[in-house]
Design a protein around this ligand. Sequence first.
Ligand code: NAD
Length: 313
Amino acid sequence: MHGPILILGACGQIGTELTLALRERFGNNRVIASDIREGSEPLMASGPFELLDATQYEAIEKMLVKYKIEEAYLMAAMLSAKAEKFPDRAWHLNINSLLNLLNLAKDKKVKKIFWPSSIAVFGPKTPKDRTPQTTIMDPTTVYGISKQTGERWCAYYFEKHGVDIRSLRYPGLISWRTPPGGGTTDYAIDIFHSALRHRKYTCFLKEDTKLPMMYMDDAIRATIGIMECEPRKIRERSSYNIAAMSFTPAELAQNIKGHIPDFKIKYKPDFRQAIADSWPNSIDDSRAREDWGWQYRYDLKKTTGEMLGNLRS
Ligand code: NAD
């Protein structure tokens, strides 16, 4: 039987789906959701929930003891666009929550940790196409700097203290169950809601801004996949590149028009354009494929169909 699991930041865009997926796999009572706020009805109704601040070391420690937790997934963070508005709060949350868990794992209070990094670790001098696993990283956002620092801490705690930390550099994630939390790729979710409701959308990025993206089901499969992998296969203890599709707002709009022919898009770039311009167009994930068999399932066409179908119903 799988040991108890704790999710921190469980009520957000990814945490909600991850909690539901883990509960289905390992049993509702073995997956403890926690956050500083309550979550959606399916999340709250399906298993245990605790109010828990991921920046509070002792509170996390108590929770690990209370439920005899073996694995923890840290999903609490402030995302790219929001972090530019609140740099100090973003740094405090993103770094201290991670250091708390790394230190608890170092002291053997939890056996295995998952922490997500992001394509935001890359910057303007990074090669933009098929960005390699190991390359120049010069992030220009508070969020990107916090993720790059986090990656170095992960590698350090693995090397120095043998902490079993596993991490993925998520691209922009597209999902319908829970609203996104203030990232630069949020347009690729907003556009579906707006297309169904108003038949039009004003995009905050330019039409030719190509970014790496992934459908949530693939991201959850990757997350559970890397956590279930034998430790010796995980050769990257900073974070793995993972990829699925890359597209521009214009290409996404074209796909939506295939379902909603009178859909219209306008472009009104804001401060998020500069963030998007500093990120890669596409990602080389061959290392994740080689090491633990990663392979995406959802391309742009399939994602568009899933999003519209699920939001409609
Ligand atoms: P989100 O903003 O939707 O959810 C974050 C959750 O953390 C929220 O429910 C929030 O209430 C909670 N939280 C905030 N402060 C907290 C605290 N002090 N203690 C406990 N919980 C707290 O974010 P998300 O999209 O679900 O992202 C989860 C992780 O994945 C983050 O590390 C993020 O950087 C990373 N990521 C997300 C994407 C994406 O496209 N969504 C892409 C790359 C990386």
